[in-house]
Design a protein around this ligand. Structure first.
Ligand SMILES: O=C(O)CCC(=O)C(=O)O
Ligand SMILES: [Fe+2]
Length: 264
């Protein structure tokens, strides 16, 4: 939120200013430098459902430092008794409150990399991804352990595993509810109640991203042990019909959105 301090000691002060190519997974860097990056991205991607893919996106070293930066921030704000607005929903930590420099790096990621991935994997989509928000989400003992079925306030969600390998449970469930399952709103996943499809995705390789449309129903199973951290990038398409607003948007971000709308 606007009243959160943005200037404070950082654990990895140079992380946000590293060149984008150094933050990318080596496999993604190689794919982008091929003669036909689109074909290379398609080869790299694994398809889980018709509109859900995974592929190596960020390098493990960058992911580890990003996670450490957020853990460091969490320790500080919790020590001071500040509560993130995201805690109302779950343990979410908005990256640009921690270091505005991440906005520059992730804008570049969106423009130079995610746009190409989007074109390669979702070729039927004509509206460019143009604008985003990013946070880290954590599941840990004595904190949030799961996430009930929901859709995201995004057009395209990019969900990157930041660690820590070895956790158990907290599988991402990609859902294909029947019309009956959603007749009363949020699908209930209890056996015997839910009739639709469930595809289980296990976050295993640090830096690997799952991409899904925001309106794909999904949920997270209860964590059994360990700690799981993910980076969530919620991207919007420039289709002049912005769905809902991200709830921690600042006036600066809203002005930026207005600029895109005028351009488009
Ligand atoms: O933790 C995950 O894998 C999914 C998180 C999620 O769905 C969300 O933050 O909206
Ligand atoms: Fe989600």
């Amino acid at each position: 939120m606007g009243n959160m301090p943005s200037q404070h000691a950082l654990l990895h002060p140079h992380l946000a200013s590293m060149p984008l190519s150094a933050a990318l997974a080596p496999e993604m860097r190689a794919a982008l430098s091929e003669y036909d990056p689109k074909a290379a991205i398609q080869r790299l991607a694994e398809c889980h459902l018709e509109d859900v893919f995974s592929l190596p996106l960020l390098c493990p070293n960058f992911c580890q430092q990003l996670r450490e930066e957020v853990q460091y921030f969490r320790q500080r704000v919790e020590g001071e008794g500040e509560i993130s607005p995201g805690l109302l929903l779950s343990s979410r930590w908005y990256l640009y409150q921690i270091n505005p420099g991440f906005k520059v790096l992730f804008d570049q990621l969106l423009q130079e990399v995610l746009t190409q991935i989007d074109h390669a994997l979702i070729p039927s989509e004509t509206h460019q991804i143009a604008y985003h928000q990013a946070y880290c989400i954590n599941y840990e003992e004595d904190r949030d352990l799961s996430l009930k079925a929901h859709t995201d306030d995004s057009d395209l969600t990019v969900n990157v595993f930041l660690g820590i390998p070895g956790f158990e449970g907290a599988e991402l469930l990609l859902l294909e509810p029947t019309p009956e399952d959603v007749a009363a709103g949020t699908p209930r996943l209890e056996p015997g109640v839910y009739k639709g499809g469930i595809t289980e995705y296990h976050h295993r390789a640090v830096g690997t991203a799952v991409l899904h449309p925001g309106d794909r129903w999904h949920a997270v199973q209860p964590l059994k042990s360990g700690s799981r951290w993910n980076l969530i990038i919620m991207a919007m398409r420039n289709d002049k019909e912005w769905k809902r607003t991200f709830y921690d948007e600042t006036s600066v971000q809203l002005e930026e959105k207005a600029k895109f709308l005028k351009k488009g």
